[in-house]
Ligand binder design. Sequence first.
Ligand code: FES
Length: 232
Amino acid sequence: MLTVKINGKEVEVPAGTTILDAAKEAGVHIPVLCHDSRLNPFGACRVCLVEQVGMPKLQAACTTPVTDKMEIITESEKLSRVRKTAVELLLINHPLDCPVCDKGGECTLQDLTYEVGVTKVRFDAVPNDTPVDHTNPFIERDIDRCVLCGRCVRICDEVVNIQAISFLNRGTDTMIGTSFEQPWNCEYCGQCISVCPVGSLNNRVYLFKNRPWNLESEKTICGLCSCGCTVS
Ligand code: FES
């Protein structure tokens, strides 16, 4: 076991534990966007950066494993500035039309913007105007809302194991899609929709029909697609 201090609170965790999980153990919240506990760490969004005492560089909490006697600080003026900037950068290409987005009110980016206190984006927005893709019978894809967190690609690969979608292109042209622009043919399990933290992948059947807080939870026999096949 390794001993780690998070904001002065000592915890013992097994080797291989990330700073994020050690912080959870210590009851300390670190904001995340690209992280999903079911998926391999990815480190794309940089929202989870923390300070390590004695290290000049900030560390991504979701990808960095702890070492023995490591001391981590998760709240400081510097971190608050850095997190705000990370969210501002994510908002440059993201449309700010939350009232007409089906994900409004249950959007991780919206929650994060509120949490880190971004009230104004200092950078010039680079608006995109890609038409919404309605070609898939179940999945509506709005590429302009995508923040490239990679959750959809990773769940399709690591959990569903069919690799229907992937990152395409490089640099500022990077986007999520299918190889060679092939039609999005898959199992339609809906996992990519369920992990999308913004309104980029939406369930066409469910779109603008209901609000998540009006739904009731149901026991299900299926651990995969969350469509609600019930036990009884
Ligand atoms: Fe750690 Fe995105 S949550 S880099």
